[in-house]
Design a protein around this ligand. Structure first.
Ligand code: C2E
Ligand code: CA
Ligand code: CA
Length: 752
């Protein structure tokens, strides 16, 4: 069995063994000639006559048998006998002919040539024997003088060689046909390279000293994608498998290899064959075989060329497969494993984690998408590559680093005594990108690998949960998972699913409307649309609970679209029923402003419903305005150009950037109910509500107070110059029909 680097493809090995054929790629070995005769003198005479003779440039090797049984034994043990000189009459009358029958039939030797000899000139076998048993020649022993013997032998050997050639071609083609399909089994370039060398070895029929050169990283993987190396090797080159080409600089096959690469073609040199298997997706592959001066017959060359055509296709397939595999499991930018691969690798290692301090972490870069937009995507890519480099350097080679999302890295490692959170130190120095020093911040969630029975998915979930806690509670940049986090999340996830289905089915979500009045005459000037969610079982969920959840998950965008459309529809319906016109305040959240088509969506909802835009007032909090002042300012100007009005909600309790009041085109300030609640005659001279009202006046903005619950609060606010009020004193948020009745004067809806 020929030696190969590895026997990864057991099936292939089995195939090679069962199919081992005669060498096609042979050295100038001797022709084997068997002399079968019971007369020792004939043996001596033959040896004498053939001594030192060559036929077709190759010497002769004589084998001797003195009986039919000896001849059979010899033929059983010796392969490649070219010619048999056979005495027709040995002990028995027809012993020789019987032996011919057995050679052709029992032993199945059809290629060797048989020359019958007889001592009696008058004795000749029948023509049928010559025809049926494929006898080459028939001679009397006396005819076998030196010259005659050589002529007969040469003719027989030529004929043997031709028959061999045909058989070899046939076998070679069969090996190609059978091996061809096996070349499509390997799914990575190394196993393919091994299979290819085995195929070549089978075809050439003898052990070979060969290398298969190709991309070391195949069509993917974590290594340098361009490095060329030795994917598989046999014979003298076995030790070089898996290494680069540098180590072979002085080997005899290097010149042929260089030539083949330069010419992109096969090279058949005096001492090496180099098969150029082409370029698949930019990856080159070649096979080099060292053959130190052995003759390569033309048909062998043809077979090798056919094989290399097969190998080209096979190699292309395997590279394609590896690329698909790479894209499925790796991030092409950082060449890090992706989320799927990260989970797989963690699952593989989980058993070993139990004994040590293995920790799973998720590192999330703060506002990476903004960095990306501001600096350009190329710079964003460079930042990610640099983060990768720093993280890898920090956690060491045993650790697992993966890119599990656009701006999030997954890490599985054993933190040092300084603790897991020290990992965030990699962000303490600014990142240099194209001459700019870019400061970056990150948040992290960690989970202990020891605690996870549910595998890697569960671990990552925990780290992610810890991360979301780190995000929600802004003070600290990281959190360690605890089981309390889990129970609160389970109910939140459940709630979110129910909310989504409420939104999809249109069942359970309602808008209620809270009147806004002029207390001087009790007339309605507007109302605020407030969402209500009543679950199928009748349980109502407070917006304070589900709105933050929807904001966090982005579902608020769809909810906001629904609220806006529903409010427009309701206004049109009220108008039709003859209600006096009043404006409707609609709460808009930050996520909605982040949608690039926010203004367009508002505009088309207005158009679809046919509502007068002057009836609508968007309520946004200060924090929305703070998030991206320029973009929000632009959108607000566009919205105002459509005819809508804008109020700043909960004024005074956000970031209180008074500057934003100047820059942003607000129409109204809503005084937060916290400042209304604290109003008493004794505090009213020096209270925040008064300052806000003054501020609004000086800026030329209208003002409304929220959460007015008592007549005293109403009176004090009026004194300060606030004309509009909203609160339980006048009306609770109510159903649209109820509001219509309220406006119509139904006392049942009056709180006072
Ligand atoms: P908000 O915008 O500050 O809404 C006013 C809240 O004050 C409402 O609470 C309302 O019921 C309550 N309120 C009104 N008058 C009084 C009063 O006299 N005393 C007291 N103690 N409270 C009063 P609600 O309906 O629970 O809404 C809570 C928050 O949920 C809203 O605060 C708003 O931020 C949000 N929200 C409600 N509907 C929507 C919506 O459609 N979209 C968005 N993005 N947020 C909404
Ligand atoms: Ca509001
Ligand atoms: Ca408010």
């Amino acid at each position: 069995m020929n030696m190969l680097v590895s026997t990864a493809q057991d099936e292939l090995v089995a195939f090679l063994e069962e199919d081992a054929c005669q060498p096609l790629f042979v050295a100038g070995s001797a022709w084997k000639v068997l002399v079968v005769d019971d007369d020792p003198e004939v043996h001596q005479a033959t040896v004498f006559a053939l001594k030192g003779q060559h036929v077709c440039g190759r010497p002769l090797e004589l084998l001797h048998a003195y009986s039919a049984e000896e001849a059979m034994a010899c033929l059983r043990n010796t392969s490649g006998v070219a010619v048999i000189f056979l005495d027709v009459v040995m002990e028995g009358h027809d012993d020789g002919l019987e032996l011919v029958r057995r050679i052709r039939g029992e032993l199945g030797l059809t290629e060797c040539r048989i020359i019958l000899r007889t001592g009696q000139p008058g004795y000749a076998p029948e023509m049928s024997v010559i025809r049926d048993y494929d006898i080459n020649d028939y001679r009397t022993k006396s005819e076998l003088t030196h010259t005659r013997l050589m002529t007969t032998l040469t003719a027989a050997i030529r004929s043997y060689d031709q028959i061999r050639g045909l058989t070899e071609t046939h076998l070679g083609l069969r090996a190609l046909a059978e091996g061809g399909s096996r070349l499509f089994i390997p799914r990575d370039s190394r196993s393919f390279a091994e299979a290819a060398l085995k195929q070549l070895q089978t075809l050439l029929g003898c052990p070979i000293d060969a290398i298969f050169c190709g991309p070391l990283a195949g069509g993917g993987g974590e290594g340098d994608p361009d490095a060329m190396g030795i994917l598989a090797a046999t014979g003298a080159y076995v030790a070089h498998a898996g290494k680069g080409l540098d180590g072979l600089a002085h080997f005899p096959l290097m010149p042929s290899l260089r030539k083949a690469r330069a010419e992109q073609a096969h090279v058949f040199d005096a001492d090496a064959i180099c098969l150029y298997l082409g370029r698949a997706h930019g990856k080159e592959a070649l096979i080099c075989v060292q053959h130190s001066g052995v003759e390569i017959r033309p048909f062998v060359r043809q077979l090798v060329e056919i094989l290399s055509a097969n190998l080209c296709v096979g190699f292309e397939n395997v590279v394609l497969f590896e690329r698909l595999h790479f894209y499925a499991y790796y991030d092409p930018l950082t060449r890090l494993p992706n989320r799927t691969r990260f989970l797989d690798r963690m699952d593989e290692g989980l058993a070993g984690f139990a004994e040590s301090r293995w920790t799973v972490g998720i590192i999330d870069i703060v506002r990476f998408s903004e960095l990306n937009d501001a600096l350009g995507h190329r710079s964003g890519d460079l930042l990610l590559i640099e983060v990768t480099r720093r993280l890898k350097a920090r956690v060491g080679s045993e650790a697992l680093v993966a890119r599990i999302a656009g701006d999030a890295f997954g890490i599985c490692w054993q933190p040092g005594p300084e603790g897991a959170a020290a990992l965030l130190d990699v962000f303490s120095a600014p990142f240099l990108v194209r001459g700019h020093a870019v400061p970056m911040r990150a948040r992290a969630g960690f989970a202990n690998a020891v605690m996870a029975p549910g595998g890697a998915v569960e671990l990552l979930k925990r780290a992610n949960l810890a991360l979301s806690h780190a995000k929600l509670e802004g003070d600290q940049h990281w959190r360690y998972f605890s089981s309390e986090m889990e129970s609160s999340t389970q109910s939140r996830v459940q709630l979110l699913n129910e909310l989504r289905s409420a939104l999809n089915t249109g069942k359970g979500l309602e808008l209620h409307y809270q009147p806004q009045v002029l207390p001087t005459n009790g007339r309605i000037v507007g109302c605020e649309a407030l969402i209500r969610w009543i679950k199928p079982q009748g349980e109502s969920i407070a917006p304070d609970v589900f709105i933050p959840l929807a904001e966090y998950t982005g579902l608020i965008v769809e909810i906001g679209d629904w609220v806006f459309a529903e409010a427009c529809r309701q206004i049109v319906q009220w108008d039709r029923s003859g209600l006096p016109a009043f404006r409707v305040g609609i709460n808009i959240s930050a996520a909605q402003f982040r949608e690039t088509d926010f203004v367009a969506k508002i505009s088309s909802a207005i158009e679809m419903s046919g509502v007068d835009p002057a009836r609508l007032e968007l309520e946004i909090t200060e924090s929305v305005a703070m998030e991206d002042p320029e973009s929000v300012a632009r959108q607000l100007r566009e919205l105002k150009a459509l005819g809508l009005r804008v109020a700043v909600d909960d004024f005074g309790c956000g970031f209180s950037s008074l500057g934003s009041l100047n820059r942003l085109p607000f129409d109204r300030i809503k005084i937060d109910r916290a400042f209304v609640r604290e109003l008493t005659p004794s505090t009213s001279q020096d209270c925040i509500a008064r300052i806000i009202i003054k501020l609004a006046k000086s800026l030329g903005l209208e003002v409304i107070a929220e959460g007015v619950e008592t007549a005293e609060q109403s009176r004090l606010l009026e004194e300060m110059g606030c004309r509009e009020m909203q609160g339980f004193l006048y009306g609770r948020p109510m159903h649209a029909d109820a509001l219509a009745s309220w406006v119509g004067g139904d006392p049942a809806y009056r709180c006072t």
